[in-house]
Design a protein. Sequence first.
Length: 126
Amino acid sequence: MLVGDAGYPALPFLFTPIVNPTTDEKIRYNEIHGRTRRIVERTFGIWKRRFPCLSREVTTKIITSTTIVIACAVLHNLSLIFKDILVEEEEEENVDIDEAVPINEPHWQPGEGFIVRNALIERLFQ
């Protein structure tokens, strides 16, 4: 599951806020969604400062990109455990890991994201 802002479409795997929430449950969903998204954004900001490779355009295969993000998360958590101080200005290496990979077309139907999001709201708040 991914969390995105209102600039993204609602997709089965991407939870976005409800534009005009009309029920208490949908308002509560938006509040929780907003708090969660801000935590994720702050975390990614910290990771990008610590690991500049996360700030570059993704040019690797999806499995390689996933491995890189997981490795950065693990290394970040280890740095917290060992109280490693984040250096603000680190030298950035320019290394391409894989060749650019074309993006495949999506395999979901329009409206699927809304169905999944509404099912989540119903399950959590009703």
